[in-house]
Design a protein around this ligand. Sequence first.
Ligand code: NA7
Length: 542
Amino acid sequence: MPVQRYDAIIIGAGMSGMYQLHRLREFGMSVRVFEAGGDVGGTWYWNRYPGARFDSESWSYGYSFSPEVLKEWEWSENFAAQPETLGYLNYIADKFALRRDIQFDTRVLRASYDEAAAEWEVELSDGGRARARFLITALGPLSVPTMPSIDGVDSFRGESFHTGTWPHHPVSFEGKRVAVIGTGATGVQTIQEVAKTAAHLTVFQRRPNWCAPLLNSPIDAEGQRQIKARYPEIFAACRDSHGSFIHKADPRKALDLSPAEREAFWEKLYGEPGFGIWMGNFRDVLSNQEANDLLTDFIAKKIRARVKDPALAEKLIPKDHGFGTRRVPLETKYYEVYNQPNVTLVDLGETPIERITPTGIKTAAAELPFDMIIYATGFDAVIGGFNKLDIRGAGGRSLEEKWAEGPRTYLGLQVAGFPNMLTLVGPHNAATFCNIPRCIEQNVDWVTGLIGYMRQHNYTTVVPSSAAEDAWTAHVMETGERMLFTKVDSWFMGINSNIPGRQKRTFLLYAGGAPAYRERCDEVAAKGYEGFVFTEGTRAAA
Ligand code: NA7
């Protein structure tokens, strides 16, 4: 097969890859997107599990770049379900005729930098190869599902699915004995849905998470009108908030208030939709242990009030971390599910799983028969997609080896030694801890600006200096240190019990907040891309 040649290769046709393709077309560049899935959508293409939906307000989640899209598209609910989001991304792909530049069902297996030609070459799962000056990774931070490292997983003879690779055909739970392993944000959404129809649902919980009410609702015609009128205000509010959600931290400190004042505020937040209780709380609750303990006690009381069996309630209350220090799953009657006669909780702390058998799951206490096992066991987060790719930079250096002790980047967008590779939503980038499309737009607009600048100046390559990379990495660690979530095991910290070597904490996100991150990116650009090194001239690039 002849080598295909482009100006830029984008890996992934999810929200970031789609928008990057759209923006690079402005330069008249030839761009090719390679996508492992059969269509656009990324996360929303793969995660079709029952109950999958936004925890972001729908109208704060969509792209903001097109006034026409904002006028045309209407979300049916304040927190839309996965089929609607996938429908939205299909509508975007149609509207901007994106598919003609996307090659589906094609996984990039390897990417290597050819220094002499100043080009990237990728090897594709269809046996083809492609070359381009720019390599833009749009891999998604949660795109490599991980199965549990439990003996016998392959031996089960019933139906079994990982939530992140859910089948396209309808799956019925009716009359079935279903097991769900995992109680993260995904497990919680799945459990609520499966409990409605399964003959019996058994939840295998290793560690509970702190969940809070989603309080979803439909959007009526008047609501649609108001949302459309308020879009500029909505996006301005997101721009201004730490995580780009419409929920902005309250400037007061919990510890400065009386218990009655605190409780009243928390009651209000607990009764409101979305992430307000996490992102819109007092400004010290995620950084000060004493403040966090008070909030944690408040949420524990709520759980005790909602679960009828007190012993069961205690099992559902996390004891190893405070509220908000891991990803908060938003729920719709999740705790009430455990009051149903067809639902059982197995606490793996008391009775660990010994193995999966051909007919079910054997714990330390019993052998339980199942018709279906659902693995909601999470992802090789943030760096998993990069490691899977086998990326080789200048001098053949492996990115996985470079990141063996944790990621090192400049602005979470580029890596020293990997010229012209740009990492959308990469590690140490604010987009990883964000109402993600808001930060995706910032990332893509910034990368587009950089490429435009290079074209203007006839620059062939861009790469960060080691000093810039060192300084950014130190800054990421320093901002992380202030937050309680860096003291707790979670995927934020690169912990994955199912992957050898991933038991040591290394901070994968950026905790300085989206506004500060955007300011820093803008400042770097305004100073002629300070910290980046360019080479001039036209080499044999596409
Ligand atoms: P998470 O948040 O990583 O949750 C995975 C869950 O699976 C969690 O409860 C784990 O328990 C559990 N798990 C993982 N491996 C095992 C084994 N071997 N045995 C038992 N239980 C296990 O992934 P999600 O998909 O829920 O959410 C990922 C993100 O997607 C989420 O934050 C949203 O932003 C969207 P643990 O807590 O590690 O003890």
